[in-house]
Every structure is written in C-alpha cells, then in structure tokens.
Ligand binder design. Structure first.
Ligand code: PLZ
Length: 443
C-alpha cells in the first residue's frame, strides 16, 4: 500500500486514540521498556509514519537506523510474503534452506576485504556482538576485549559490559561479564588539546593503556563502532581507526567493527569503516540488513570464523527464513536504487542546513556524521558543557509538529538524524524547517 508522502496533523501529538492505547501500554507493558514518542502506528512507508489518529509524521529515525530501504519496502514485502507462505521455520541447524546461505554469500561479498570469508546469522545486534566476541576468544585463545568510551553494543549481560553508559543501560543490572577494558575514544569535539591532535594522542593513549593495563598478549580483540551510534554519532578523528587496525594486526589482535547502526549504506558506503580504508577481521551487522525484520550477522576472515567447532555457534531462530528473505529483498533494493548514493545526497541536503543552524545558534557546538547518519551536539554556548535539557525540548517540539527525531549521546545532548534512505527531498526539507522552527522557539 502506498502512503502519500505528506505530513498531516489531524490532532495534537499524541492524539486521543494514541493516548488510549498508551494507557493500555502503561497498564500491560513493563515500564522498563520506554517509549520516545507515544504515537501508535498503523502504517509506514517512504519517509512517513501514520498513526491511529490519522496523523502522518515525517520519519527522521527509521526505527533507530533500521528501515533504511523504507518501511514495508516493496521488495521486502514481496519476499516476506512469498517466504511466509512457503515455510516459516525449520531451524537452520536442523534442516537448512537456501535463504540463509544466500544472505551469508551477500555478506561475504559486500563487507570490506577481498579475502575468503564466512558468516553466521543471529536475531539481534547484541547477539551478533556476543558471538563476535565468542569467535574472537576461541580463535585467539585470549580473553581480554578492548572497548571505547561512549560505546554502545547492546543490553545482554556481555554487551552491557561492552557498553559504556550507565543510565539507562547498566544501572543496577550488574555484575557484568569480565575481561572487558575501556579506553578513550578519539572524540574530536571533546578532545582536550583540540581536534587536530585527537587521532595521534588518542592512539598513543590507547597503545599505552592496553600495554600497561591489559597486555597485548592477553588481548583477543578491539571492538569499535566506526561511527558511534547511541554514544552520540561520534566520528573518530580521521586516521584513528586505521592506526588501531594496523596496531591490532601487528599484535595478532582481532579488529572487530560493530557496523550494526552504521552499516548497509547508512553512511554513503556499504559500511562506515570503508571511509577510513579499514578492513576489519570481523564485522557485526543488524538493523538495516533486513528492512525491519529481526536479523543480525557476524562476518569475517574464513580462518577465524572456521576456528569454532561445529555446534559452537547457533540458536533456534538465528537466520530465520522470513528474516533472510527480507534481507535479500532489502539488499536488492539498496543495489537497484543505489541507496549508498541516496545517503550521500541526504548529507548534501542536510549538512549545509545544519551548519547554517549552527552558525545561527551558538548552543550547537558540533555538526557531525556521515551520509544519512548526522547529528548536532548541544552545549552551553562557548563551552563543552552538555545541554541535555534543551536537546530534550527541541526533540519534543519537533515531535509536536510531526517530525520523529531521536536523541543520543553519553550526556543526552545530541540530536541525531537517521531518515530512511528513500525519503523524498521535499520531506527532508520540511523536516529541517520544523527543526529550524524548534530552535527558533526554544534556543
Ligand atoms: N551495536 C552499534 O547501535 C543497537 C539500541 C536502542 P540490538 N542500537 C539501538 C536501545 O535502546 O536498545 C545497537 C547498536 C550497535 C549493537 C546494538 C544492539 O543491537 O539489535 O538492539 O540488540
């Protein structure tokens, strides 16, 4: 069903029917499962989300970077409908099917590195990250995993340990898995001696901390998001990732790129690490891979992936046939519609307007990101002091006007923009108009 690509506000946001459903949610769903914007959805497609009150909102969130091909994208819908009518599940570990193999082949082909690769499929990003760590430990015979400040890798026990931020992800959920070591991220905007020194100095600190506090020979892997997601769309200082990857190679430590949020055309290339010329040993994917169906993958060098004994990796639903069909439909869409190119065009439209906004409002300390993964960081003017209050107010003002925006960042002071890559230019501009009006009203 095609949805008119037009913002429509029939009621206040949320409207009366959404409010009714939200009361039911509050009474039935565990409060720990939060809600950013309680409009209850009936349909979505292109750059529009439709709610139960007939409102049509502009989508700058893509369900947290998932519906890159658009919601209910035609190729995804067709592939899913065909698969769901044929069979829904056999368990790939019991009696396999072609879709899983085809997705693995696509992952092996599309991820960086021209060497032989293997892939394994799972249900969620966190599960993929857990499995990447299992594989790295098994292959190297070492235990330590190095992660970064501001990192986000999931909510399971091991991935909570890998994630940096306490509230809301870790608070009172410990004890956490061991052998995880955290080092500073090369965060240009917040680097004490300035962005120009960031890559060099952060790398020196990384090398020194791993040497003194972990020991290279104890280290299985360094795990990093090539552009940090929940941590605030931090783009590591240019050159930093390449230095870390080279150092890993010299020390027989695996370099794992968590591309769960940044992958699959989001940043204007298939994977964000390609912008830095970095070739990971292992790469985790999820979110954008399957147009909204739950699917995740670990892909890596064949000799690493093959180290694990048969039966050592798996799960009942991992690589479910319906999710695999969706992934094949999503990947075909990305190729046929050049969605990497679309992400670059989105940046060309959005970045100049975000930069103009930053020169007008001195609460915007930084504009950053790549492709259709862009953000602004809000501070007290002229300082690095985070302004989470205003960030929340601007997001709420956008929501009122029918623009779905998300916040992010360790300090909660980042507005992030993740439109579907198929969004039309008109909606993109209209969304930015709403954002500008929110700054005019609140900043
Ligand atoms: N790694 C880089 O971005 C998921 C989580 C939102 P799952 N990010 C959105 C929330 O509040 O739970 C993510 C990510 C990166 C891993 C994950 C985890 O992926 O599919 O949510 O498990």
């Amino acid at each position: 069903m095609t949805i008119e690509q037009k913002r429509v506000l029939q009621t206040s946001i949320p409207g009366p029917r959404s409010k009714e459903l939200h009361a039911r949610k509050t009474a039935a769903v565990a409060g720990g499962v939060g809600t950013t914007l309680p409009i209850y959805v009936t349909q979505a497609g292109g750059g529009i989300v439709v709610d139960v009150d007939g409102n049509q909102l502009i989508d700058f969130g893509s369900g947290i970077a998932v519906t890159s091909v658009g919601n209910a994208a035609p190729r995804v819908v067709d592939a899913v409908q065909e698969q769901v009518a044929a069979f829904t599940h056999t368990c790939f570990m019991v009696t396999p099917y072609e879709g899983y193999v085809a997705v693995a082949e696509k992952l092996n082909e599309l991820t960086p590195g021209s060497f032989e690769k293997r892939s394994a499929l799972f249900n969620s990003g966190a599960e993929a990250v857990e499995n990447a760590v299992k594989i790295a430990r098994h292959h190297t015979g070492r235990q330590a995993v190095v992660v970064f400040d501001h990192a986000y890798h999931g909510r399971t026990n091991l991935t909570m340990a890998l994630t940096a931020k306490n509230m809301p992800y870790k608070h009172r959920f410990g004890p956490f898995a061991g052998e995880i070591y955290r080092v500073p991220m090369a965060y240009p905007f917040r680097w004490p001696t300035g962005p120009e020194n960031c890559a060099e100095e952060a790398f020196a600190e990384f090398v020194s901390l791993v040497h003194t506090q972990v020991g290279e020979s104890n280290c299985a892997a360094v795990l990093v998001e090539p552009i940090q997601g929940e941590g605030g769309f931090v783009v590591p200082a240019p050159g930093f990732l390449a230095k870390v990857a080279d150092w890993c190679r010299e020390n027989d430590i695996l370099f794992i790129a968590d591309e769960i949020q940044s992958g699959f055309c989001r940043t204007g290339d298939w994977f964000a690490c390609e912008h830095e010329g970095v070739v990971p040993d292992l790469i985790t994917t999820a979110k954008g891979i399957a147009g909204g169906m739950p699917l995740a993958g670990v892909t890596g060098r064949a000799e690493i992936m093959e180290a694990v004994h048969s039966g050592g990796l798996g799960g009942t639903y991992g690589g479910n046939p319906v999710a695999c069909a969706a992934a094949l439909g999503a990947i075909e869409t990305m190729q046929a519609e050049d969605l990497a190119g679309a992400a670059k065009r989105i940046e060309q439209t959005m970045r100049p307007r975000l930069e103009a906004l930053a020169s007008k409002y001195d609460v915007i300390g930084d504009v950053r990101g790549r492709g259709a993964m862009l953000a602004v960081e809000l501070v007290e003017p002229g300082t690095l002091t985070p302004n989470a209050k205003l960030t929340g107010e601007i997001a709420a003002a956008c929501h009122q006007q029918g623009l779905i925006t998300l916040t992010a960042g360790t300090f909660g002071n980042v507005l992030r923009f993740l439109p579907p890559l198929v969004i039309g230019d008109d909606l993109l501009h209209e969304g930015l108009d709403i954002l500008e009006a929110a700054f005019a009203a609140k900043a």
